[in-house]
Write a protein that binds this ligand. Structure first.
Ligand code: G3I
Length: 301
């Protein structure tokens, strides 16, 4: 197949990109995005500050703009992200205890309810585990309402939209030997054992020379899948590595049936959250060697 999305569809997978509403007026951007990708993740437009800027005042204008563009162009949408320590409006940051726990549930109900039946998968909780080797939770206002906040979030999301896949999403959980990976694995295993609704794990896969791709990714993907969840590569970009590293990530996903799709975190290098050192698959309108490596791997199935 001649496009990333069509090539991924050969193995019943999607290939997606993070999409920015501010760039939907850029013809070069939308031409590439429409041609190549079959899944859309709003880069910022469904985050907490965008969707509930003031308490009880939801704003879905930007999120709907991306949703509508995606659906009008035959693509599905990943919702990103319901609960995160970052991108919080100040009113939410000011809350704590029971009031924050209620506001958290109200936020999930408001956003998931608005998009009920329309979202392929929600990143229900994003980046709740600490960096480094503690294996513990990240300190955040949500975490300080009690360890059970993640379970409560997933239960609320399931009730609000039974049709959406519910994912836990994080970075630096791709290398099987990392403590953080093992901590998230233990949480997912516990959730599945106790019947807490969770359907997928998102491996962000932001690789750099400091946090490089490791071949144990295949073990990580297959280990999570063996728990009974889908695995999604949700925010792939690679700095400081040869194009073949992209093919390695694709092949690790293709090797595991329940690795259901890959999303790159932007369309062109200039759209990247961290430009420079060639993190994405396009430079302007031009396909890069990394694009060819990915397409080749997808077509080799
Ligand atoms: O929209 C405002 C604009 O009005 C204002 O003038 C400008 C300057 O203050 O800020 C703009 O908002 C920025 C937003 O991106 C849209 O460009 C925020 O400041 C900026 O913090 C935000 O950065 C995003 C970041 O998440 C934080 O939300 C990046 O674009 C986005 O790529 C990045 O993506 C995250 C994932 O959501 C989670 N995983 C990690 C990944 C990379 O950090």
């Amino acid at each position: 197949a001649g496009t990333l999305g069509a090539a991924a569809a050969q193995s019943d997978r999607y290939f997606g990109a993070a999409i920015s509403a501010a760039r939907l007026g850029d013809e070069q951007y939308t031409t590439i995005a429409n041609r190549e990708f079959t899944m859309v993740t709003p880069e910022n437009e469904m985050k907490l500050d965008a969707t509930q800027p003031a308490r009880g005042q939801f704003n879905f204008t930007a999120g709907d703009r991306i949703y509508n563009w995606a659906v009008q162009n035959g693509k599905r949408v990943r919702g990103h992200t319901l609960l995160w320590h970052a991108a919080q409006p100040s009113w939410l940051q000011a809350l704590s205890g029971a009031a924050l726990r209620q506001a958290m549930i109200d936020h999930v109900n408001g956003v998931v309810g608005h998009y009920r039946g329309k979202i392929y998968a929600w990143d229900v909780v994003n980046e709740a585990y600490a960096d480094g080797d503690s294996g513990g939770r990240r300190d955040s206002n949500f975490q300080r309402t009690g360890d059970d906040w993640i379970e409560a979030a997933f239960r609320a999301a399931r009730a609000a939209d039974p049709a959406a896949k519910l994912c836990y999403n994080d970075y630096n959980i791709e290398n099987w030997s990392w403590t953080k990976t093992q901590a998230v694995y233990a949480m997912v295993r516990d959730f599945k054992q106790r019947g807490v609704p969770i359907d997928c794990v998102g491996l962000q896969a932001h690789f750099t020379s400091g946090s490089p791709y490791n071949a144990s990714l295949r073990t990580t993907i297959s280990s999570f899948a063996a728990l009974g969840v889908d695995v999604q590569i949700t925010e792939l970009d690679i700095q400081g590595a040869p194009p073949q590293t992209y093919a390695a990530v694709v092949n690790d996903c293709l090797a595991v049936a329940r690795c259901t799709g890959i999303t790159v975190w932007g369309v062109r290098d200039q759209d990247s959250w961290r430009p420079g050192d060639s993190p994405l698959l396009f430079s302007g309108a031009d396909k890069k060697p990394a694009y060819d490596a990915v397409l080749g791997a997808l077509n080799a199935v």
